[in-house]
Every structure is written in structure tokens, then in C-alpha cells.
Design a protein around this ligand. Sequence first.
Ligand code: MYR
Length: 280
Amino acid sequence: MKVAVMTDSTAYIPKEIRDKYDIYMVPLSVQFADASYQEEIDITTNEFYQKLTDTKELPKTSQPSIGYITSLLEGLAKEYDAVVSVHLSSGISGTYQAVVSAGEMVDGIDVYAYDSEISCMAQGFYVLEAVDMVKNGKLPDEIIQRFDEMKQTMRGYFMVDDLSNLHRGGRLNGAQAIVGSMLQVKPILHFVDKVIVPFEKIRTKKRALQRILDLLETDASEDHPLKVAFIHANNETAARDLQQRFLEKYPDADTSISYFGPVIGTHLGEGALGVTWYKK
Ligand code: MYR
């Protein structure tokens, strides 16, 4: 059985890695007043943050069209028997559901859509695992089973400089009543049941980052290796600094740096930082 691996742009797997491992990608879009851009195709992450600074305008985001997904699947059907496709949480975007619907419309390929219930490099971790498993001849059911196992230990904590974008875009749950007071603090956010909720309210950015590192180090101290990604919204120096602090204690850890691209950056705002990990 020939199995393809697909995801959407919010996994932010760089193009050279997607090309190297034949990872197919459906892009989400950002709409500025002048035009709509498919992220990772029409606009790079650097161009996006520059445009955000230049226009001072908050763009809107949208999921990929069903037409785009069906035509990609039709193309894949000529070469593959099945596709495992990993997407950002269905609690924050209709992308996963659109892939499920497109899969029902296209003949000749079995579509195994997977709701990562998170996004960004956490979603990317599932994709890279699928690539490895396909290479080792594993079947879609085995890959989905492994995903469910990974989900048990997958963690993602992040913080933003300003909560208003998340609030305005309607992607902050469980905090509506206290959002006013939360604007004065730096809440750590995470996903619970597919949606974003505050994890803890912390007064300063410095303490919030330390708290995220503490959570990571608690898991790292268990006798089980982690795979970790430090994620930034146009603030690579801060992500590398966090990575360095972690590596000082766990020099052999498997870590990488990733980014919040245009679509996620629209909702989190420039300067956001996050850390995601799971037990390998
Ligand atoms: C759409 O328009 O369909 C996309 C909406 C995306 C909302 C993004 C909300 C922020 C997600 C943060 C993920 C952090 C993972 C560590």
C-alpha cells in the first residue's frame, strides 16, 4: 500500500523539509486589505511580520478551500492508495473538517484525517513521525494508533505579548469574563479539549517563561527522552535563549527552533513564544 503524508501550513514545516520527505501541504490564508495570501506560498513569515508592522492592520485568516483540498487529493489518488493528513485543532479552525469532507468527495484514495488538537510544531511532530513510519512500511491504522499514543504526552504552552488579537479573533476560551484583568498579566496558554484556555496567570513575561521551562524540565527529568521545539513569532533570539537555558540542564536533549507563521501569528501577535514537547 502506498501511503502519502499531508498536513496544512500551520505545522510550519519548512519547504525544504516538505520537499525532502514528500510532505504534501494545504495552505491556510491571511487576508490584508489589499489582498489574500496563502501562507508559505504567496507570503513568507518574514514578509508577513514586515507587512504587519507597515500596515498596522490586523489581517483575517481563513481555512483552505474545499476545491484546493479536493484537487490535491485527486492528484494524490493517481500515485497513492491512502493519505494520512494531520491538521490544526478542529476547535480553532475548520481545516480538519474541510479535509474530512474533501476526502468523502474524492474517489480512489483513502483519507485518514487526524485532528492534532493543537497546532504549529506540535502538529509538525505528528507529521514527521508519519514520514518515518511510512518509510518503515507502516499502515495508516498503525500510524493513527501511534498518533493517539503521542497525544497522551504532547504538551504545548505559549504566551503572547498582547491578548487582544486572540480575543478579537474569538480564539480564546474560558477567559472571556476575566479578559480585562488578564490584559494586565502574562497568562500562559495551552489547549484543553481542542480550544485555547489560560493555564496560569503570571505577572511578568520573565516569570511566565521560567514557569514554562519548569514544566518542561519536570517532564524532562523523568527517565524518558523528549522531543522539544521552541517556537517564536519573529523573536528567534528569545526562542534560542530559552533553548540554551534548557540545554544547559539537559545537554543531550533533542530540541529545535520553530516559528509561528502568518496565520497563527495573526492570532498570537508578534513576540509570542511557545514550547512544545512529547515523550519519544
Ligand atoms: C483559520 O482561520 O481557520 C485559522 C485560525 C487559527 C487560530 C490560531 C489560534 C492560535 C493557535 C496557537 C497555537 C500554539 C501551539 C503551540
